[in-house]
Design a binder for this molecule. Structure first.
Ligand code: ADE
Length: 391
């Protein structure tokens, strides 16, 4: 008689990325990933930027394995291991009579996972791929394993994979509370408001053609070790900004939101910040936030005037995400970009746009978005349910 084929149980989830408007910069514990100050972020619409992760468990698997964007990657790093260990100790009972699956809590220590993950945006382009990626890994495994913890507790696990991943466990506007406990148990993310609370915000990301030169981990370490001002920022400056930013979000006060976001990135330009908030992540990509679609359309016109693409680019791949902002800006093709009239601040006839041609790889138009979701449609799974390997 043929031996019965071992079962494979799979689950697929999607998780957004996020952009901090009050920054996480500096750790007080490198191993547990504990920050020196609270931070606040906006979750970005996963329809435009997201990680999709499928996870599988089977008695036939003889080790934990992961494939990221089509290539097998090692899970031996301490950060992945911390997340897997925390999840294994919290797995619950799982039963599927039809498939003949019965897993009890204690089985999770011996069972292995296959993880297949895909980012729909360039990994390592400074777009917080590890935030979305680690949040998705923790969320999908927690659902597969029937971990009965709320999102805040899951955020404390994701935090140990990548600090800012804890903020991707929620949609909308999110605060990562630094916490005081030495074991990090109170360093968690909480939702300040969901994505519908302030949904006329438009976020435009200018993805630089240059690479991120310094990793966030080493940049933060150097700052904490060498800056005489960083403790002042963490203890005196940020706590006040956090209170003000929470209020600005609660009351949808865009000028206050923009002033605080720009100040936290040390950008001072009185004339524009009541119209546009801007910040940078650790990479060279500028993130610009407009208070409504009309302002965003004007902003996009200006951005395309100053940063036209290389001559062979097509508009469809130069402006991605929510294309309706392009329509609002009256731009349908590259001829419309070339024909943009110079903004009023340009006084001489030298067209400065040529100076920056090609400096931006592409623009992403997006908005505040929802938190993690389980994708129930089997066709969205990245794992072959027969082999437990990438499709
Ligand atoms: N780092 C970058 N992207 C990731 C992903 N999708 N999963 C895990 N780690 C990542």
């Amino acid at each position: 008689m043929a031996a019965e084929k071992p079962w494979i149980l799979t689950l697929t989830a999607q998780t957004p990325t996020n952009i901090a408007v009050i920054k996480y910069w500096g750790k007080r514990d490198e191993h547990l990933i504990l920050p020196i100050n609270d931070s606040i972020s906006v979750t970005l619409d996963p329809d435009h930027l997201c990680t999709t992760t499928s996870v599988a468990v089977s008695p036939a698997f003889d080790g934990d394995r992961m494939w990221l964007n089509g290539k097998e990657v090692s899970l031996s790093g301490g950060r992945f291991q911390n997340c897997l260990r925390e999840l294994r100790s919290r797995g619950g009972d799982v039963e599927d009579e039809q498939k003949g699956i019965k897993i009890t809590k204690k089985d999770w220590e011996k069972l292995h996972f296959h993880i297949v993950s895909y980012n729909n945006f360039p990994t390592a382009a400074g777009l917080a791929s590890s935030a979305a990626g680690l949040a998705c890994l923790v969320f999908s495994l927690a659902k597969l394993m029937n971990v009965k913890e709320d999102h805040s507790r899951l955020s404390a696990i994701a935090r140990q994979g990548s600090g800012s991943a804890c903020r991707s466990l929620y949609g909308g506007f999110v605060k990562w509370i630094m916490g005081n406990e030495e074991n990090g148990s109170d360093s968690i993310a909480v939702q300040l408001a969901d994505e519908k609370h302030w949904d006329d915000l438009v976020i435009i990301i200018a993805v630089s053609s240059r690479q991120k030169e310094t990793s966030s981990t080493s940049g933060m370490r150097d700052t904490v070790e060498t800056s005489m001002l960083i403790q002042h920022r963490a203890k005196e400056v940020v706590p006040k900004r956090i209170i003000q930013m929470e209020e600005a979000i609660k009351t949808r006060d865009f000028p206050a939101f923009a002033r605080l976001a720009c100040a936290d990135k040390m950008i001072q330009q009185e004339d524009v910040r009541s119209q546009v908030a801007y910040t940078f992540d650790a990479g060279p990509n500028a993130v610009l936030i407009s208070h409504n679609r009309k302002a965003a359309a004007l902003l996009l016109q200006r951005l395309l005037f100053y940063f036209p693409p290389k001559s062979d680019a097509d508009l469809n791949s130069y402006v991605i995400g929510d294309k309706t902002i392009l329509q609002d800006a009256g731009i349908q093709n590259m001829n419309d970009v070339d024909a943009l009239t110079p903004p009023p601040e340009i006084k001489d006839s030298n067209n400065p746009s040529q100076k920056f041609r090609g400096d931006v790889s592409y623009f992403i138009c997006t908005k505040p978005g929802r938190g993690p979701t389980v994708l129930t449609d089997e066709s969205r799974s990245l794992i072959n349910p027969e082999t437990g390997r990438p499709k």
